[in-house]
Design a protein around this ligand. Structure first.
Ligand code: AKG
Length: 258
């Protein structure tokens, strides 16, 4: 099946696209040099700082092979440049626009799909993981460090799915994405659009918009920062979230993945 591609919008049109489709691909939000600086800092962090951090700061496709890195967790806790990006005026103002609320930064991670071994991201809605009320009070920003297309695992969205509520989720077989949509089917695939991006672009998606990504079959790396913001109105049960995170960690340890 040929998949249509999402159109790119300007910073000014981002909130309109986000509300209409559940996501907005904002073209050239950053200069290429700004992204190069972030990338260099990530390289430095991985080689110099990561070895001293707790095991759950990074996940690998194969724990014995560092080149198979597929996730860095809690980046804004551990790295000042990443914290400045998450809390900086540029992204806070996009988050305020798309959420229609004062944004509260939550978390920052690196989604990596290493060349040829990066595995698929199962279809899901981020809000299911977040357990927030109201369920539409959060957004994820996806900021690529590489040009990303259909061959190296661009994100694919079901436009308008954010208006149709939460769909059932259950355990996914994919390590690092514990939950996936249980009823993702042909109708979703027919509506789905691919969102290829250039370095400097950024995608903002609603916590309710269904998305997934395919494996990285290419010889090219695919790195993207994922940054989560809730609106100030979002309520959540801190204890329930902590218990869920602890359960996941115990499962990963038992499976010898971290
Ligand atoms: O980069 C990926 O493959 C996953 C992205 C994702 O699920 C997200 O940004 O919420």
């Amino acid at each position: 099946m040929t998949t249509a591609c999402a159109s790119t919008c300007t910073r000014r049109d981002a909130a309109e696209h986000f509300q209409r489709d559940g996501f907005a691909v904002i073209g050239s939000l950053f200069d290429v040099t700004e992204i190069q600086i972030l990338r260099q800092e990530l390289d430095r962090y991985i080689s110099r700082e990561l070895p001293r951090l707790p095991a759950d700061a990074a996940f690998y496709e194969d724990k014995a092979d560092p080149s198979t890195l597929f996730r860095l967790e809690k980046l804004s806790w551990y790295n000042p440049l990443m914290r400045d990006l998450l809390w900086g005026d540029k992204l806070m103002s996009v988050a305020a626009d798309v959420l229609g609320d004062d944004p509260v930064p939550q978390n920052m991670m690196l989604f990596s799909k290493p060349a040829r071994v990066g595995s698929p991201t199962p279809p899901h809605q981020d809000s299911y993981y977040w357990m927030i009320d109201p369920i539409d009070a959060g957004t994820t920003f996806w900021l690529p460090m590489d040009a990303v297309d259909e061959d190296n695992g661009c994100v694919r969205y079901v436009p308008g799915s954010h208006k149709l509520g939460m769909r059932p989720h259950g355990p996914s077989k994919q390590f690092g994405f514990s939950l996936g949509l249980l009823d993702f089917g042909d109708d979703d695939l027919r509506q789905e659009v691919a969102a290829p991006v250039q370095v400097g672009d950024m995608i903002a998606h609603s916590g309710l918009c269904i998305h997934r990504a395919e494996a990285n079959r290419s010889p090219r790396c695919r790195w993207a920062l994922g940054m989560v913001y809730y609106g100030k109105r979002a309520k959540y049960d801190e204890e329930r979230k902590k218990a869920y995170a602890a359960k996941l960690k115990a499962e990963w340890e038992a499976a010898n993945r971290i």
